[in-house]
Design a protein around this ligand. Structure first.
Ligand code: BYC
Length: 480
């Protein structure tokens, strides 16, 4: 079988030789109807019969792996795609460093691996559930198509994790695969596992912020898991990262286009004060301070996904060779972190202070720091648009202690500069930092669908280029 090209003959496209792996094939075929039911119940509402111009993976060759065509989403070929196996790959870090990468689950790490795969798997359908109603208010067919592309690929990422559970974890793997279809984002009794995946994505600015900030956590976590000594997990995550890039593109360019439109409208109207919110809103665009508040919210919720700054779970996973650092293979050290330290921001004697901690315990913090660096790159590009328009405003990331629910700062209130606030001060000031009901109502009032090909809602600029180089008036979704 050709490992690069995908076998499309059976029910489940794959490049893992499913045709000859009868046990796993049967297990996945049994899981398939439940997945389709979940998709129909919880996937994009109202567009299941529409034809969407989607990319589907036909290969895992980085130089050309996708083909574009019109598909009804329930007919999308969700498949199991692993990056090609690297001959002779060794475990790159931890106490087994230098040994052959595992092709089977090592018994002593079974529970740890299963937990990480389940957590990763749980986020994928959660995001589809969160974005379920957005199609109805899409600002253009181009954006609607991007939303649905993200959604079907998150569905595929669920398949990716379910394959690992079904193939390598026997009965409990099957049970976990079922449970992934049972939990629901935001449900009081059966919520999704991580906090940010139980929040609402109520409008398109939230969607762009989510794909910018939260999908970027996905990138960081997948990069760390792609380093895993468990080779099938590494290969799975490597291919998922190829798809993930588009999701962050949607977020970054989405926000850029909102900023662009706001700046253009302000310039046309001769408004130079970005804080003159009432006048800016009269133009039917999103004022920059509200955009900043949305960024504050999504950034802080996403920081929670990195877990505790000091984590024995993370240390154990690294030591075992299961979850590495961001791009471990490009780092130059012993890859075992013996005796090393890492500076961690902690709450000590009521103050936020940096303290050196054992590097092995501080891996969540380190990954979070790498994440913040990555986040700042795109924000620089948003600020360039504002700067070019001559508007005195800069989008910035809030302090890591701001609005936290997990880790060192979960027990305190802080403003966006990291200054601690009393409960009363926080209650009084939080509307300055996070979207207020009024902000939310205003954004909601803008969320009117625009379904004419080539047209865009008032609050967002068109993209510079089309998907698959299609012209501006291309009908990305044929709404049924
Ligand atoms: N909410 O030792 P700690 C994506 C729990 S996004 C609730 O610090 P650890 C995507 C934790 O489970 C990427 N609970 O945790 C994006 C632990 O519980 P137990 C998803 C939380 O393990 C957009 C306890 O607190 N992938 O792909 O070091 C669209 C102690 O915590 C939270 C992954 O996350 C929370 N936020 O770090 C679609 C990768 N944080 O076990 C997709 C897999 C912590 O003591 N997951 N807890 O009962 C991991 O690597 C780690 O489990 C975590 C947590 C980074 C999440």
């Amino acid at each position: 079988m050709n490992i690069v090209n995908v076998d499309y003959d059976g029910l489940i496209p794959n490049n893992v030789g499913l045709g000859t792996d009868v046990r796993v094939k049967r297990a996945l075929e049994k899981w398939h109807p439940g997945y389709i039911n979940w998709w129909n119940d919880m996937g994009p509402e109202g567009f299941q019969e529409s034809l969407v111009y989607l990319r589907t993976a036909v290969s895992v060759d980085p130089k050309g792996w996708a083909k574009f065509d019109y598909v009804k989403m329930p007919d999308y070929r969700w498949g199991i795609l692993l990056a090609p196996q690297l001959q002779g790959r060794k475990i790159p870090f931890g106490k087994h460093k230098g040994e052959d990468a595992w092709q089977e689950v090592p018994g002593e790490y079974r529970a740890m691996l299963r937990r990480l795969i389940v957590i990763q798997g749980d986020t994928e359908p959660a995001s589809v559930e969160q974005q379920r109603y957005l199609g109805k208010t899409a600002p253009s067919l181009y954006d609607m198509r991007n939303l649905f592309q993200v959604n079907v690929e998150e569905g595929r990422h669920l398949w990716a994790m379910v394959y690992l559970l079904q193939k390598y974890f026997g009965t409990d793997g099957r049970e976990e695969a079922e449970a992934l279809l049972q939990r629901r984002s935001g449900d009081a009794d059966t919520p999704r596992m991580l906090g940010a995946f139980n929040e609402k994505t109520p409008d398109w600015l939230s969607f762009f912020m989510f794909t910018y900030f939260t999908d970027r956590d996905g990138k960081m976590q997948l990069e760390a898991l792609a380093q895993s000594g468990f080779d099938p997990l590494s290969r799975t995550c490597r291919f998922m990262l190829t798809e993930e890039a588009h999701h962050m593109f949607v977020g970054e360019t989405g926000v850029t286009r909102v900023v662009q439109r706001t700046c253009d409208a302000m310039k046309e109207a001769g408004i130079t004060d970005p804080n003159d919110i009432a006048r800016v809103r009269k133009l039917g665009v999103i004022d920059l301070p509200t955009l900043q508040k949305k960024a504050n919210m999504h950034f802080s919720l996403t920081l929670d996904l990195f877990g505790n700054e000091i984590s024995t779970n993370a240390a154990n996973a690294y030591h075992a060779g299961i979850k590495g650092r961001f791009r471990e293979d490009r780092l130059q050290d012993d890859h075992q972190l013996k005796g090393g330290t890492y500076p961690v921001l902690r709450l000590k004697d009521g103050k936020i202070q940096s303290e050196d901690a054992p590097a092995l315990s501080a891996l969540n913090m380190r990954l979070r720091d790498d994440y913040v660096v990555d986040c700042n790159l795109g924000i620089g590009r948003w600020n360039k648009v504002i700067e070019a328009a001559g508007i005195p405003f800069k989008i910035t990331l809030p302090h890591v202690a701001f609005h936290r629910h997990i880790g060192e700062f979960a027990g305190i209130h802080a403003d966006t500069s990291g200054k601690q606030l009393s409960d009363a001060e926080w209650e009084k000031q939080k509307g300055d930092y996070l979207p207020s009901d009024g902000d939310r109502d205003y954004i909601e009032s803008l969320m009117k669908p625009e379904t004419e090909p080539g047209k865009f809602a008032s609050w967002i600029a068109p993209p510079k280029v089309g998907i698959d180089n299609k012209p501006g008036e291309f009908e990305y979704v044929k709404i049924a």
